[in-house]
Design a protein around this ligand. Sequence first.
Ligand code: SF4
Ligand code: FES
Length: 248
Amino acid sequence: MNLTLKVWRQPNTDSQGNFETYQLADVSPDMSFLEMMDVLNEQLMSQGIDPIAFDHDCREGICGMCSMFINGEAHGPDRLVTTCQLHMRKFKDGDTITIEPFRANAFPVIKDLAVDRSAFDRVQQAGGFVSVNTSGNTQDANAIPIEKKDADRAFDAATCIGCGACVATCKNASAMLFVSAKVSQYALLPQGKVEATDRVLNMVKQMDEEGFGNCTNTGACEVECPKGISLENIARMNREYLAASLKG
Ligand code: SF4
Ligand code: FES
């Protein structure tokens, strides 16, 4: 395949970016999108041009690092896959592909396609954990019976990889889908109930302080989420938040 690639180039956070257009020939339909970007970078370096910065790590849909907005969609045109799992067979010979970073005030661009998503880390640190007594008297987690439906829902919520596609897709740059997945994975389990009140209050407070927008129930986040995180989690977080607020 021969492709025209319009890629966002921005040297650093404070500079103004712009699109640069590159031609790439002989792209195999079996390449992943990131392999195609690797080939483009090799071509750029052979021409003495600064390679395009982009985030990646596992390249198997687990780490959530590969944040690219491709032809107007987070993680590109395929469903339930990350950019690293997207293959070039989803595109056609002669296509023009536009590649941008995830855009949100809370995710400043570091360089080109790489953005700073440490806001997610700070939300997680505000309450996305269970405190465990490590004195040697810790109860075995398997000793607490959990209904299968609750275990399944908690597991589904825990599959959120923190990629940020929900924020990049939302017209308000809301982080509600991400935060609600992190709240839900604990809210559904007995181990998470001990700190449930503080958890939801603190995580929502941190979410607001990071500058994410409000949820207006559009549902675009659920459509673009590579892990199929359900809007049900947002409803659950709202219930948790109301209950915690009433407790004071
Ligand atoms: S909810 Fe989905 S889109 Fe949002 S961070 Fe988690 S995995 Fe990514
Ligand atoms: S590189 Fe890890 S999810 Fe894409």
